[in-house]
Write a protein that binds this ligand. Structure first.
Ligand SMILES: C[S@@+](CC[C@H](N)C(=O)[O-])C[C@H]1O[C@@H](n2cnc3c(N)ncnc32)[C@H](O)[C@@H]1O
Length: 254
């Protein structure tokens, strides 16, 4: 990567300020923590219902496809109620180690209830671990919530061992006209409604609407890949499904 590339050192917000929801960065952080705290007990139901029952299996398959194996140590950033961590525990087995991390106390509590053995409260941008601790770092459907992509990616690189692997699962706006409009209708209208009707949780509707707005305004995949490279990852690539609605980003530490 060229050293005079403007992205090399600069911070990259995953999406612009969404003034319908917050004015300042502090308000954005507060909104996220409150909403995720409130939704924590219902999050698994929403994920499984809106992915037609395939969400947990997809996450576990993605971990395997990216090279997670028995005996590995993995940090699952933004673990939520353990959706990725539980799949990781099944793969790494008793000889491996899974640590879930999330800023929302509600999510951390729920992850423990669901059976994630080790869970801590913390954020992607400031990981509470020494350098070169993990074989693998994962982040499921939370990249849009970090303050700065570069900062988060540098933290992921720091805590990975040499040769370690990063996997980021994301939802993004498809490029083509039809997949874009079908996804927009489904995620902006149907998902908030199903989430509310299925859980009766008043926060579900607001959070799922916010969810689409962050997807719609998120930086493009090329910027995410470039930020990975600029942060020091090699072999960064994306795996896409459903016309780009699902995108998994991966990268390795040399
Ligand atoms: C949509 S949930 C994803 C849960 C789970 N990883 C999954 O695959 O479904 C997003 C999670 O990101 C967490 N989160 C928000 N901001 C974060 C940050 N800066 N660092 C780490 N996690 C964050 C939230 O608390 C929430 O639990």
């Amino acid at each position: 990567m060229s050293s005079n590339n403007p992205l090399t050192t600069s911070s990259i917000a995953p999406h612009p300020h969404l003034r319908d929801y917050y004015e300042t960065e502090e308000q954005r952080r507060q909104l996220l923590d409150e909403q995720f705290d409130h939704i924590a007990p219902d999050y698994n139901w929403i994920t499984q219902a809106t992915s037609f029952g395939s969400g947990n299996r997809y996450r576990q398959e993605a971990l395997k496809r990216s090279g997670l194996i028995e005996g590995h140590s993995i940090l699952d950033v933004a673990c939520g109620p353990g959706t990725v961590s539980l799949g990781a525990q099944r793969i790494v087995g008793e000889t491996g180690k899974v640590v879930g991390l999330d800023p929302s106390l509600g999510m951390v509590t729920e992850a423990q209830k669901q059976g994630v053995v080790k869970v801590l409260q913390g954020k992607a941008e400031d990981l509470p671990f020494p350098d070169s601790t993990f074989d693998f770092v994962s982040m499921g459907y939370a990249l849009r919530h970090v303050t700065d992509l570069t900062l988060a990616f540098k933290e992921y690189l720091r805590v990975l061992k040499p040769g370690g692997q990063l996997l980021i699962l994301e939802i993004s706006r498809p490029d083509a006209f039809l997949p874009y409009h079908v996804s927009r209708f489904f995620l902006k209208q149907v998902v908030p409604l199903i989430s509310y009707l299925g859980t009766k949780n008043p926060h579900a509707h607001k959070l799922m609407k916010y969810y689409w707005d962050t997807i719609e305004t998120c930086v493009p995949p090329e910027t995410i890949l470039q930020a990975l490279e600029n942060s020091g990852f090699v072999q960064s690539q994306q795996y896409t499904l459903f016309g780009g609605l699902l995108r998994d980003y991966s990268g390795s530490k040399l």
